[in-house]
Design a protein around this ligand. Structure first.
Ligand code: ADP
Ligand code: MG
Length: 329
């Protein structure tokens, strides 16, 4: 393997970047966040360390997410972040073995956006770059045999985009992409709490509420959580108790749009494939699909069984890593 390249799969997510090295598995799993010094543009931290700085940074430091809604919004920063992650994944063996890389993009991106991702990955040191559509990668990662003439529906809910696709014979037959996903649930919580309690909370707190008690479907036993923030009337710190039932209400709008997108794709799917989907069920992936009750809700609203794939956060990168071709060898 000294002169041969390594095969790498990358899930360049809005929320998380994962890197899979063939033969090793997932070697990087970090938030897509970068911190740099404003004036000198010097990198200060990436990944976990940068995310921990979010909302707590002083004036001279900027903490950003260089990817927005599944596409690169800041090329320079994305390239530097990718380069660091790829070098770490390769353990600095890059001299002799530039990797072949398969990187995923959401199904809705334009050719121009695809080219942008491709360029960024090339510039980070790849020997060859392959672009794979996320739903295909998610299906492969979920152990679905996509080569058969059989319809499968994949719903990938990430941080910024929800991708719904019907796959058959290795390709996407119909799809739709919604620019609303897991992170919009955080925004919904922030707005709900401000509106209902006059309490201002930050994004990390909102995400914690979502992951701890957040629900889109009633729980058998409702749960509650104490939330701290700033009282907008007094300006002082204050605390409230929020229940899982309230989060259902707060999430309703985003949830309805996700369901609409799923219904819309079902409506435009060829009947033969619908029959397959009804038989095999809908597969949910991505971090956003982990919110409590989404599988039940999808099932109830479509009448089709829905399951969250076991490694929901990893399916895309595993699929990409498994399918790096030997082109460019
Ligand atoms: P992307 O592909 O855009 O990087 P991910 O698939 O990593 O996104 O999903 C990120 C989203 O999933 C974020 O909005 C995050 O808050 C949410 N998420 C992750 N884990 C959970 C969980 N256990 N419950 C609810 N939401 C979650
Ligand atoms: Mg994703």
């Amino acid at each position: 393997m000294i002169f041969g390249g390594q095969d790498i799969g990358i899930d360049l997510g809005t929320a998380t970047i994962l890197v899979y090295v063939k033969g090793k598995g997932i070697v990087i799993n970090q938030p897509s966040v970068v911190a740099f010094e404003k004036r000198s543009k010097k990198l200060i931290a990436i990944g976990n360390k940068a995310k921990a700085m979010m909302g707590k940074e002083p004036d001279n430091i900027e903490v950003i997410r260089p990817l927005k809604q599944g596409v690169i919004s800041d090329y320079m920063v994305t390239e530097r972040m990718l380069k660091t992650f790829i070098e770490t994944a390769m353990q600095k063996k890059k001299m002799f073995s530039r990797p072949r890389i398969c990187v995923c993009v959401p199904s809705g991106v334009t050719e121009l956006e695809k080219r942008g991702v491709e360029d960024a990955v090339y510039h980070s040191g790849a020997k060859s770059v392959e672009i794979m559509e996320e739903p295909i990668a998610a299906a492969i990662g979920a152990d679905i045999d996509i080569s058969m003439p059989r319809g499968h529906m994949i719903v990938d809910i990430g941080g910024g985009t929800t991708d719904v696709a019907v796959i058959s014979l290795g390709g996407i037959v119909v799809s739709n992409s919604l620019k609303l996903a897991g992170d919009d649930y955080n925004d919904s919580i922030i707005k709900y709490i401000r509106r209902t309690y006059n309490l201002l909370i930050g994004e990390p707190t909102a995400e914690k509420i979502k992951m701890t008690i957040g629900s889109v479907y009633p729980r058998e036993e409702p749960v509650t959580m104490e939330v701290k923030g700033r009282d907008l009337v007094t300006g002082f710190p204050a605390r409230i108790i929020v229940s899982s039932e309230e989060t259902i209400e707060a999430f309703a709008e985003v949830t309805a749009q996700i369901l609409d997108t799923i219904h819309n794709v079902l409506e435009i799917s060829p009947p033969e494939l619908i029959a397959d989907i009804a038989e095999h069920g809908i597969v949910l992936s991505g971090g956003g699909s982990l919110i409590y009750g989404l599988d039940k809700l999808v099932e109830e609203s479509t009448g089709i069984r829905a399951n969250v794939t076991p490694a929901a956060l990893e399916a895309v990168v595993v699929g990409a890593g498994k399918s790096v071709n030997f082109v460019g060898k």
